[in-house]
Design a protein around this ligand. Structure first.
Ligand SMILES: Nc1ncnc2c1ncn2[C@@H]1O[C@H](COP(=O)(O)OP(=O)(O)OP(=O)(O)O)[C@@H](O)[C@H]1O
Length: 526
């Protein structure tokens, strides 16, 4: 009957578990395996059977009075009545037939006990395997500390450990409650196994606690590392911004420096160009001096002295050699009439002209400044030494420069009654050369108009000529096809100049009734 009740109880428990998935007695849903619940009930039943009261009930063949159910796994007893189909009345003595069947009943009970003990041993073995599995899980958790899934797994295993601990505690109590039973070897081994299992369970709990502590330490370290990383990112960002600003500043400084260097480079180029021109001028001047000296020596024959008149500077300009006044001289001649931009004038050598244009005052210093009332004679007197230097082998160029109507033509040519620089220069040259001169004088006259070069002394109509670079040592630029006329005397020269002037292109401008619309070049070659 007891076994029948056990079977019914197990079937009820297993049915309840399968239907709702939770044991009925422990009150911890899903935390205690159903097999443990069944085992606990079975152990409770065995304890009751081995108790004096149970043995008495078996010997008497009646139900225990009061009828109690086997203790639940938590040690409490149920006051529920035993099933009535057992049919036994409490306190009623056994009959003779029942007493005759007692040895057989005891043998059956003994066998049943042995079977139940084997069943319990199987359950213990199963618990042992579960503990080993949990130890393996804990070992895996030791390798992966810090992960969220591992933490959950640790919590789950901890709960399972708690349940197992409770089950083992219950078993231990039940085994102790059995009291002295038949001296079999299996219960002692089971007790040792239980002790060992308890030790291993405690070890697993210690390991879990250690893992938790290690996890907490690593979380603290992780938070510290995250804070340090954030601080490092902020410092790096600030450093990058600071360096970027410094590089911008350096770049601006380099740009300013580069602009300054470019300007300095331009100035140096200008200086080099000026120096080169100065050297070329000096070289040309030296060549002229050498050429003149060789000519003078050759004309006097070897070993002879220069003629008296050729040993010094030309007559009319004593002590005023052009080389003493530099290669380039700038002279300023002011036209009669008041100019709105003219502020003040300091005439004479090294004079100055101060102007004011658009509110800006500028002061110019020149080699010579001629006032508005300066005559043509005064102007030529200053230029005559340069004109006559060509007789000593110098190359001379005199040109005028200025705004339209400022008196360039007047200064260079002048009216017939008051001739300008060119007629006076020719007169001075021919006078210097004398009647029995040794020089050959040729004249050419060209006009540059609308970027075309025209021969003003051409026999036919003026033709457009080409300007080319002349051979080395023959005077630089040459105009191919240009007419050169021999000039035997001053009268012929004036006639030729008059002819050339008449061929120039002239037109009226807003500032000059007879403005020379071209540039005229008169070349006198000796
Ligand atoms: N110093 C001066 N004394 C008297 N008259 C002058 C003087 N300078 C210029 N003139 C007169 O000013 C006018 C213009 O002079 P001129 O033709 O020489 O100017 P320009 O510079 O040659 O002009 P353009 O470039 O247009 O040919 C002329 O009538 C000229 O007589």
């Amino acid at each position: 009957e007891a076994l029948l009740r056990l079977a019914e109880f197990l079937s009820v428990q297993l049915g309840a578990e399968e239907s709702c998935g939770s044991p009925a007695d422990l009150g911890q849903s899903g935390e205690v395996p159903p097999l443990l619940t069944v085992t606990s009930q079975l152990l409770a039943l065995l304890a009751w059977l081995r108790s004096p009261r149970g043995r008495q009930a078996l010997l008497q063949g009646t139900q225990p009075a009061p009828r109690v159910r086997p203790p639940t796994p938590d040690g409490s007893t149920s006051q529920e009545e035993s099933p009535s189909h057992l049919g036994a009345v409490p306190g009623e003595p056994l009959g003779d037939e029942a007493q005759g069947q007692q040895p057989l009943q005891l043998e059956d009970d003994q066998r049943e006990w042995q079977r139940l003990e084997q069943l319990i041993l199987g359950q213990l073995e199963e618990l042992k395997q579960q503990l080993e599995q949990q130890e393996e899980e804990l070992g895996r958790l030791r390798l992966g500390v810090g992960a969220t899934d591992s933490e959950k797994r640790v919590q789950h295993l901890t709960l399972e450990n708690e349940a197992l601990k409770q089950s083992l505690s219950l078993m231990r109590d039940l085994l102790l409650h059995w009291g002295p039973g038949p001296p079999t070897r299996a219960p002692q081994e089971e007790a040792e196994a239980l002790v060992e299992l308890q030790g291993r369970l405690q070890e697993a709990q210690d390991t879990t606690e250690a893992l938790r502590a290690q996890l907490g330490v690593q979380e603290v370290q992780l938070q510290g590392l995250q804070g340090a990383l954030q601080q490092l990112q902020q410092e790096t960002e600030q450093n990058c911004r600071r360096e970027l600003l410094q590089m911008h500043g350096q770049l601006a400084g380099l740009r300013a420096r580069m602009a300054s260097l470019r300007q300095g480079c331009g100035d140096l180029r200008g200086l080099v160009s000026t120096f080169t021109q100065s050297c070329q001028g000096s070289l040309s001047e030296a060549r002229g001096q050498v050429s003149w000296a060789l000519g003078a020596l050759s004309s006097g024959g070897p070993g002879t002295q220069l003629p008296e008149g050729q040993q010094g500077p030309p007559a009319g300009c004593p002590g005023r050699l052009p080389e003493l006044k530099g290669n380039i001289r700038v002279l300023c001649r002011l036209r009669p009439g008041t100019s709105s931009s003219l502020v003040s004038v300091e005439p004479g050598p090294g004079g100055t002209v101060t102007t004011c244009y658009r509110g800006r005052h500028r002061r110019f210093r020149l080699d010579w400044v001629f006032p508005p009332d300066a005559s043509q004679e005064e102007v030529f007197r200053e230029l005559e030494p340069a004109v006559l230097s060509c007789l000593r082998g110098y190359s001379v160029c005199i040109f005028t420069y200025g705004q339209t109507g400022t008196g360039k033509t007047y200064s260079m040519e002048g009216p017939p009654e008051d001739p300008g620089i060119v007629p006076r220069a020719l007169q001075s040259l021919f006078r210097e050369m004398g009647a029995g001169r040794q020089h050959r004088v040729t004249l050419s006259m060209v006009e540059i108009y609308n970027e075309a070069v025209r021969d003003l002394l051409a026999p036919g109509p003026p033709e457009r000529l080409a300007v080319r670079q002349g051979p080395e040592g023959q005077g630089g630029i040459q105009v191919a096809g240009l007419t050169h006329w021999d000039v035997p005397n001053l009268e012929t020269l004036h006639q030729m100049l008059k002819l050339g002037r008449s061929n120039r292109a002239t037109a009226a401008t807003a500032m000059n009734q007879r403005s020379s619309r071209s540039h005229a070049l008169v070349t006198l070659t000796l």
